[in-house]
Design a protein around this ligand. Structure first.
Ligand code: GAL
Length: 842
């Protein structure tokens, strides 16, 4: 053919010109407007951390990009692709409107073959409307999240032959039974790689945009299907277009596209599962002898996911869905973060928080995020954009269109198990939701539909009833029973949100409050596990987020996260992290500073751990060994354990008291230490009388013992140590004692950044800790950042915002390659500290 193979993807993220005030002058070849040079992902405005409102990002902005078309593209098809732009994008090429997109959360693309100029510069202009007055989802009423604005996901060109692959729908399927290694594993969340027979179905759409009637390609073109394990080819099939197709193909290919079905059989594949996310590489290519007309590559796993009335079943065994909701926002830049940061969130969810599912509330999210979910075994429930409000007919038509785009754009991701086809928490609208369900099922027959509601017993057109269960208020049951909520017991039921606004919690709230937040998550999860017929429970939410005035704490933040905005853990995060078994977790809810508590009473202290047992020591004297048998959260794996003894055997060994005296005294002291003497229950009161009358301990002696073992004002600092054991081995230890020094600890997402298709970002999460490694929860400050070297700049302010002893900063590559040193300084506090991180930028 004499043609070179296609270059396929050409990133178009650099050297855009931007203005906050769109003007048609941008379309002029000789536009003289003063414009700012920006890179994609881009936000129309950087926002402060808090105290700002949604008016700042609402505007009609303009983007302009000048590029040259290469002569090699001439007889090819060129498409222009936007992965996401908030919220209405009108796209012009060389002065002509080539399309308008009305969803800020899905991708869109245009065939620009006929608009390209091969002699002159090509002028690409995007008029971007980020005003919330738009008549498209999610707008129309109040929304509990900021919607931002900008071309915030990548832009690229795709160059293929004019005969090209428009789409491939992959249908991986397990054929027959999955061999589990042992029956016992079925019951657990563990899954050992097991072998199964599989089939990979392909539904390929081929299009021909050539203007000629030449059909000679039929003789030489083949469609090749290949599946690889790493680099090893497992199976391959070639289809000759001539042999397989009839005349209708030619007609169809010229119009909507011609559809072809094929499948590959595979023996002995490794099943994709949450603990074994095995992916295979799939390549579909359209070849003409040695010339590649087009190709598409995917990574795909084989799994069997089913929602039944009794719950969710992955690969034949029941898996309780334990998840968190994720927004796609970040401090300062809203939605505009490159792939590395999107991927980081998936890693935090799966590896640090140990959840097995994420809901992309309330819209489809970045493909990099979903790809990372595929790679990590993190199941995904994704949904169309929207929040409570349903608009007019045009608005609804767009919502249906959003279902189409969501399913078509995401159906080849293995981790997705559920399509959310209702507007989050909207009222019933049978006409609309009959359409959305039908469309999702037509476009993807392999997955269930769901729709998130706050209504009980509402009209149920989906496969899974998904409900936001905000029953728990800290005193009552964790969840409602399935039969109280769903309108059809024969179908699956799942909790799509819980907690959230029921108990907003800041990282610097008092200890009782932070503990209360954690225990609410524990209680809901515990009661969810108790209700075997609830398929899953997805907590609200992963991290704090900026929001509209109607929500949040007045400073435009909803403090609903188990993480703060920089993705640092609040206490509640340890409830989730303790369920997973990979990384040892041991967190003690209290700093043991009694002055932090009302009337100096300790209140309850809990241990959050995934260790088999935790030994507690006071000033190196053993007090008690705790196991999860001591936890009141019986149904939650590794639920929090209450610390109920501060004394141990000290009265017997140190004070020569009898066992009976000691038991009685401990009961009283352990109670009084936690709750004071004002409201002693009868039982404790009687115990006290017993001590004085039967055990002959007088009041002075009791006072002395109390001071020595519990009160301890002015005495030497008390040191509590907790040693966590797994399989008999000490794996983690925590010491709590008076803090006298502070230092910085940094967690850097990556020190090797790649400025390639666009800029890269690293996050430094910063925690201020005392000498025992405990977070300085009341340290609130701004820590200056300095950069030496080249290639990095700070996103947001030039300081790390520390709130509740934790915070973070984001560093962005500038396009210059090299090395840079970033130093974070803590200029005051007990101990000055500074930490430096070296980055390489390639
Ligand atoms: C839900 C809503 C979420 C969030 C949450 C706070 O009603 O779906 O977006 O606002 O409440 O608890």
């Amino acid at each position: 053919m004499g043609l070179e193979n296609i270059t396929k993807k050409i990133p178009l993220n650099n050297d855009w010109q931007f203005t906050k005030n769109y003007s048609d002058e941008l379309l002029d070849r000789d536009c003289n407007l003063e414009l700012e040079t920006v890179r994609i992902p881009h936000t129309v405005v950087e926002t402060p951390f808090n105290y700002f409102d949604e008016s700042v990002y609402q505007m009609l902005s303009g983007y302009r990009k000048v590029f040259r078309a290469k002569k090699e593209w001439k007889d090819r098809r060129v498409s222009l692709n936007f992965a996401g732009a908030g919220h209405r994008a009108s796209v012009y090429l060389n002065g002509k409107l080539i399309g308008e997109n009305n969803c800020g959360y899905t991708a869109f693309s245009y065939d620009i073959t006929d608009y390209l100029d091969y002699e002159k510069d090509n002028i690409l202009v995007v008029k971007l409307d980020s005003r919330e007055s738009l008549n498209i989802p999610p707008f129309g009423y109040v929304i509990d999240y900021m919607t931002y604005g900008g071309i915030y996901r990548e832009v690229y060109l795709e160059v293929t032959d004019k005969l090209y692959i428009e789409d491939v729908y992959l249908k991986p399927e397990i054929v027959g039974d999955i061999e589990f290694l042992t029956e016992a594993l079925k019951q657990q969340e563990k899954f050992k790689a097991s072998k199964a027979k599989a089939r990979l179905g392909f539904e390929t759409v081929i299009k021909n945009t050539s203007k000629t009637n030449d059909v000679s390609f039929l003789h030489s073109t083949i469609l090749r299907y290949e599946i690889f394990d790493g680099e090893m080819l497992l199976n391959k099939k070639d289809m000759s277009l001539l042999e397989t197709l009839d005349g209708a193909f030619l007609m169809d290919a010229k119009k909507e596209g011609a559809s072809l079905k094929e499948s590959l059989e595979l023996d002995n594949i490794n099943v994709w599962d949450v603990t074994n996310p095995k992916l295979y590489k799939v390549r579909v290519s359209l070849l003409d002898k040695d010339y590649v007309r087009d190709f598409k590559e995917y990574k795909i796993g084989f799994k069997k996911a089913e929602f039944r009335d009794t719950g969710f079943y992955l690969n034949g065994r029941k898996l309780r869905i334990r998840g968190l909701n994720r927004h796609q926002s970040y401090p300062y830049v809203g939605y505009a973060m490159p792939d590395s940061m999107q991927r980081l969130d998936a890693k935090i969810l799966r590896k640090e928080l140990g959840v097995n599912t994420v809901r992309t509330s309330h819209y489809p999210q970045s493909k990099a995020f979903i790809e990372q979910c595929d790679e990590l075994g993190l199941l995904v429930f994704t949904e169309i954009p929207g929040w409570q409000h349903i608009g007019d007919e045009d608005w609804k038509a767009q919502a249906v269109e959003n279902v189409r785009n969501m399913v078509l754009q995401y159906r080849n991701y293995t981790s997705i198990i559920l399509w959310g086809v209702r507007i989050n928490e909207s009222v019933d609208d049978d006409e609309l939701y009959t359409k959305t369900n039908k469309l999702a099922r037509e476009l993807d027959s392999t997955r269930a539909t769901a729709g998130v509601r706050y209504l009980k017993k509402s009209s149920f057109l989906e496969d899974v009833y998904t409900y936001n269960d905000f029953l728990h208020d800290g005193t009552n049951d964790g969840v409602d029973a399935k039969k109280k909520v769903t309108s059809d017991m024969s179908k699956a039921y799942m909790i799509s949100e819980f907690n959230g606004h029921m108990f907003p919690t800041k990282s610097y709230d008092c200890e009782e409050h932070r503990l209360g937040h954690a225990l609410r998550h524990a209680k809901v999860l515990n009661d969810f596990y108790k209700n075997e017929d609830i398929a899953g429970a997805i907590g609200w939410c992963m991290f704090d987020y900026n929001t509209h005035k109607d929500f949040g704490s007045g400073d435009r933040i909803c403090y609903h996260g188990v993480l703060d905005m920089f993705r640092n853990p609040k206490m509640a995060a340890y409830v989730y992290a303790s369920v997973q078994g990979v990384n040892p977790v041991l967190e003690i809810s209290s700093s043991f500073d009694i002055g932090e508590h009302p009337a100096g009473m300790r209140g309850n202290t809990y241990i959050f751990t995934n260790c088999d047992s935790v030994k507690m020591y006071k000033n190196d004297i053993f007090i008690k060994e705790y196991t999860h048998k001591d936890s009141e959260y019986k149904n939650l794996k590794n639920g929090p354990i209450l610390v109920d003894d501060y004394i141990g055997d000290a009265f017997i060994t140190g004070e020569n008291l009898s066992k009976k005296q000691s038991d009685s005294l401990k009961k009283c002291f352990n109670y009084v230490a936690r709750f004071g003497m004002n409201h002693m229950p009868k039982e404790i009161y009687l115990e006290g009388i017993k001590l004085i009358t039967i055990y002959h301990l007088n009041y002075a002696k009791l006072y002395e013992l109390y001071q020595k073992y519990v009160g301890n004002w002015g005495g030497e600092s008390t040191k509590f140590r907790f040693d966590g054991y797994k399989n008999g081995e000490l794996v983690i230890s925590r010491t709590k004692s008076t803090a006298t020094k502070l230092h910085l600890e940094l967690d850097v997402s990556s020190t090797e950044l790649v400025d390639d298709e666009t800029y890269d970002v690293a996050e430094i999460r910063v925690i201020v800790k005392d000498e025992n490694g405990n977070q300085a929860v009341f340290f609130n400050d701004n820590l200056p950042i300095t950069i030496k070297g080249e290639g990095l700049e700070i996103i947001g302010p030039e300081s790390v915002k520390i709130l509740g002893g934790m915070g973070g900063t984001y560093l962005k590559t500038t396009g210059i390659k090299g090395k840079a040193e970033v130093t974070i300084n803590m200029p005051h506090g007990w101990d000055k500290d500074s930490k430096t991180v070296e980055f390489s930028i390639s």
